[in-house]
Design a protein around this ligand. Structure first.
Ligand code: HEC
Length: 220
């Protein structure tokens, strides 16, 4: 009688804990995570606070956070409490409407940061970011579009470009060279008000042509 031996070769794919990334990518991730935490966590968990919430007061100290296994398991976002908290929208808490939850994109940055081993070295210049709330699918007018802006020292043209893209409206910016840099923090307001503020900060002219915003430099 002939025995058939079935040989099963189990391929064990060693699930690599960490996805190695280039030095530039690591700096980029750390910088972006730092900016997200600064905007969305630092007011409650910053080292400037005498009594930080949850007795956790070092959210911008990426090294200390990454070293704390209660929060971060390097290379394993799905096992990291920190990722769970932001991914499930537990942090920032929803009883605090001034600080909106992380956007999908921001959650993904946190995930990729942990996946890459939670690097803590920051780039020489932190990335500048504009956060905008997604536009409602069919907003009838710019007044119906609510946005969240958090911009530091960014060229006006770039901010308007981002905003136009995300809000699906047309913004004509007529001053491409030597544009002023703008800084604004604007949480959850209508788009036209945000544009008013931005124009005001940059000493720009703003007029509406129907639904189109036309923004230019003040003539000297
Ligand atoms: C408006 C204030 C507020 C903001 C903003 C906020 N948190 Fe919290 N956080 C709290 C409070 C209150 C607690 C403690 C109560 C609790 O554990 O639910 C807490 C607890 C925590 C804890 C657990 C601390 C521990 O060891 O028990 C972590 C981790 C945390 N927050 C992370 C974050 C992160 C990351 C962000 C930003 C994405 C954030 N939080 C934004 C208020 C805030």
């Amino acid at each position: 009688m002939k025995h058939l031996f079935l040989l099963l070769i189990a391929m064990t794919v060693a699930a690599s804990a960490q996805q190695p990334v280039s030095k530039d990518k690591a700096l980029d991730l750390a910088g972006n995570v730092h900016v997200i935490f600064e905007h969305k966590c630092n007011e409650c968990h910053g080292s400037q606070l005498k009594k930080p919430e949850g007795k956790f007061g070092y959210v911008l100290d990426l090294k200390r956070m990454a070293d704390k296994e209660d929060y971060v398991i390097r290379g394993k976002p799905q096992k990291s409490e920190l990722f769970r908290l932001v991914n499930e929208g537990e942090m920032p808490p929803d009883d605090h409407p001034k600080t909106p939850p992380l956007t999908g994109e921001e959650k993904d940055v946190v995930r990729r940061w942990i996946q890459a081993g939670a690097p803590h070295e920051l780039p020489a210049v932190l990335p500048k970011r504009t956060f905008t709330a997604p536009a409602p699918a069919k907003a009838k007018s710019p007044k119906d579009i609510r946005v969240t802006l958090d911009v530091r020292d960014q060229p006006a043209g770039q901010i308007f470009d981002d905003l136009a893209k995300q809000a699906h409206i047309e913004i004509a910016y007529t001053a491409p060279t030597n544009e002023p840099k703008l800084s604004i923090t604007f949480k959850n307001g209508p788009l036209n008000e945000a544009l008013d503020y931005l124009a005001l900060c940059g000493n720009l002219t703003l007029r509406w042509e129907g639904e189109k915003a036309v923004i230019g430099l003040h003539k000297p």
